[in-house]
Design a protein around this ligand. Sequence first.
Ligand code: SAM
Length: 380
Amino acid sequence: MDLDFPQPGPDGSAISRRLTRRIRTEIRERGWIGFERFMERALYEPELGYYNNGSVKFGPRGDFITAPELSPVLAGALAARLAEVLRPLDDPVVLEVGAGTGRLAVDLSRALRALDIRARYRILDRSPELQSRQRQRCAAAGVEARWLDEFPAEPFDGAIIANEVLDAFPATCFVKRAGEVRPLGVGWAERRFAWVKGPADADLSRRIASLEARLGRGLADGYRSEVSRGLPSWMQRIAAALHRGAAFILDYGLPEAEYYHPQRAHGTLICHYRHRAHDDPFLFPGLQDISAWVDFSACARAAREAGLTVAGFTTQGQFLVEAGTMPAAQIRPEAANLAAVRALKTLILPGEMGERFKLLVLSRGMALEPPPGRDFRARL
Ligand SMILES: C[S@@+](CC[C@H](N)C(=O)[O-])C[C@H]1O[C@@H](n2cnc3c(N)ncnc32)[C@H](O)[C@@H]1O
């Protein structure tokens, strides 16, 4: 990919050099690190990783924009769905995982209040830096919330929300060559990080063999892709945290048959640096976002194994249109300007975020109608 990347300033360069040195040391000591380890350190290394180093990430001055940052429309649609879950519950909790700048926390709390729903708002985010931004934003907006260090030990009644969190889970990359599955990891060549093939990994080979059995076809020679090995244990934690209620998981992703489609032979890894989307995870370590698309079939399987019910699966576009985001009420006269309309189009149109982003609803201890919009559970 030939993109024109703006150079980072001196502070950013210094952070990136320090992080690079640390990761290189680990590679030198171990001879090899898997890609998930590289991604873990590039994103979450204390003080230096992308989510911990103080750089602006969201919005025009950052690297990417998310649905809650674009417009309060997603918060409004989610609040309407959450109302159905929360109304029958005594003293419900809303737990948002990975709250970014706190924008959704503020908009969702307001939208719930407007629907006369009282819920205790909790946030769990692994980035201390973003936690402090969330605290500032919630305090400024008069939104009461509490921050957790881990999932609550006691199961609660309520809802869990995670928007664009699963794509940030460290991904295990692999390649299939001459019938053998090998993990892809990171080495050092020509003064920068470089892809290297790692030693055979029995767990990974088993996972890909079961994937191929489910697909009813083998992956072609040279096929590269990713799996999220952290996903099943995260689902177990979601299931253990929910006594009665639902989880709403939104992200860019696909059902397994499309995720591992023969034509998607280079995987789904995607990096964002100053609003340029590209596929080089080794560019400016610590200064760019690295993510992988979400395999929603794997999510659904892990959720069922953890004891949750898959209550719905649809696209963000379908969800927002059917949730009634189009009526003029959502775009208030004073806000009925070009920017609000443009944001709505970005959220809904199939060529923008409307189809790439999906909503998976998981429930426990309550019967839930699938979310409005077409229900695509049969594709999972
Ligand atoms: C791409 S941002 C999305 C932020 C926000 N939800 C939004 O849509 O604007 C990912 C967020 O998830 C957090 N995060 C990543 N992995 C996490 C994990 N395992 N547990 C909790 N938070 C996590 C990051 O710190 C960050 O706040």
